[in-house]
Design a protein. Structure first.
Lengths: 319, 319
């Protein structure tokens, strides 16, 4: 029974029908009830109800490769088709030859702390959009996301969002939370579809970005991508970007990999309760089973008492 | 008469009682009515109603020096009092000796395109807060803004906001606009007072920032200032920061100086009407009369048909 006049009702988990009853769902429902003042505590002011979500592997599927990587590889292939010299240089060579082994090795090296080939890949990615306007980039991302299909799941990329997480976002919004995406992926890649897929408006999408340049012209000027990174929104950069955008510490954070650990640590108040969620990909039947790149996060979850969401056990439906 | 079912009423200028009837007020009221669909056009979707405001000289008084410069000079004086060697180095020397001539010369050089001493000043400013946590910095800014007095106007700094602009912000908010501060001043300097003074929540404050670092600890980690700039939110950086934060072009922009010209240019849609406002400081009686640093902006206003707001003629009250 509500003990306060909070405008939000807690809702007792209504709307979380893709979640199976269990510890994860219970932790979510009890946390939201506490935030809304239904556990005898003061309700948390609505403006403090900030929730942050990693995207790849947390809100939508990231295997066999991150969705944005597919987008980028297609662009690299286009470039290699137009310029034969690029076919001998990485990362165009791997893209042109569909050499997924090279790309997998780069990711494995990255998780092992070796950034040499990550820099080669990043250089190619940045060169791939050098000089494009932010509007044109967004139109390309939008068209790709609405037409391209996931290579194995048999549906389009927009249907790769996890149904239970989409429900969680709506449940939090109904309880006064402001949800933000805090992704290592590209901010401007996700913006055209964030409202439709997640109910998250574009001003609440935080992600990586290339450096931008502004040029005046009589039609309102143009903002274009430069061939250099502004920042990569991963690891310790995530708390910094959350602070820069919101000016607050979140009350709830959800992630799935080592790069989310600082964001989950940062989601902590001395006077308010917080909820840290970690998605565990343990369902090779309905999705993909993997813990590579999440080892440190799983250790921290165990030692710090974060709530682990098992895809296999906690989700009645995945997509 | 409203021709649509827009949720917002246009309000016909109600709430703008500090504005004198005239071309500026009329331009504002007619623009808002158009946006709300009261001039026979389709109402602009609420999510597109983004309005951006420079702060120093646009929303609050920036003479005889920007309010944040007073804050910084006091810190430099403290540092010089604690360390005699600093008293021989700029900018500590000027701060310690209250040598406002040196500081004025730096600003004059800046407007003339010479950044040599601006870099000396910026180096001092960045060193002044090296290593401070964002929470401690904000507490210091908050305490200063609530206690320090303007040197000549005879009231506290929080009362240095222009009453007609505060009314304009409320009028726009009542008509479905999301107002943002887009200041060359420090983002984290303004955040603790932006809601109270302007009704603008902290996540809608865009401004300059030093580079930040995140360090983990068991109490949720700490974000601290580094002794280097992340970016200076002025000139062509303003459109870039508006895009990065909001993902949109604004519908309305207000500024007062050359550094606002790119932001005003950027406030232009091919299919929606926009309003560009330029505050002209022409009232030496009630405030300060100056056009230094605004020459290019005034030229652009004349050639592009921006709406010039005369402090002397358009504002019935200033503070």
């Amino acid at each position: 029974m509500a003990t306060t006049e909070d405008a939000f009702a807690g809702l007792g988990g209504a709307g979380l029908s893709s979640w199976r009853d269990g510890a994860a769902k219970q932790a979510i429902v009890e946390f939201v009830a506490r935030v809304c003042g239904e556990r005898g505590s003061e309700p948390v002011p609505v403006e403090e109800r900030v929730a942050v979500f990693d995207n790849d592997g947390t809100l939508w599927c990231e295997k066999p490769m991150p969705i944005q990587l597919d987008f980028i590889l297609r662009r690299l292939v286009e470039m290699a088709e137009a310029d034969a010299a690029l076919r001998e240089r990485q990362p165009w060579k791997a893209a042109y030859e569909r050499d997924y082994g090279w790309l997998s090795a780069v990711m494995a090296e990255h998780y092992a702390g070796d950034e040499t080939n990550v820099k080669v890949l990043a250089g190619g990615i940045l060169a791939a959009y050098d000089g494009i306007s932010v509007e044109d980039f967004e139109a390309q991302a939008d068209a790709f996301l609405r037409t391209a299909k996931h290579p194995t799941l048999g549906h389009g990329y927009l249907a790769c969002a996890y149904a239970p997480m989409v429900e969680l976002l709506a449940y939090l919004a109904a309880n006064g939370f402001s949800n933000y995406i805090v992704s290592g992926g590209g901010r401007d890649f996700m913006r055209p579809i964030s409202e439709e897929v997640y109910g998250i408006p574009r001003q609440r999408v935080i992600g990586s970005s290339s450096a931008l340049a502004y040029t005046s012209n009589e039609r309102g000027g143009t903002i274009t991508h430069k061939a250099e990174a502004d920042y990569l929104d991963d690891g310790p950069e995530k708390p910094i970007r959350i602070w820069s955008r919101t000016g607050r510490r979140p009350l709830l954070a959800a992630g799935n990999s080592n790069g989310d650990v600082p964001m989950l640590h940062f989601t902590q108040h001395h006077d308010l309760s917080s909820l840290r969620l970690l998605v565990l990909h343990d369902d090779g039947e309905r999705e993909f089973a993997y813990t590579s790149g999440a080892e440190q996060a799983l250790d921290q979850a165990a030692s710090d008492g974060w709530t682990v969401i098992s895809v296999k056990n906690d989700w009645a439906t995945v997509f």
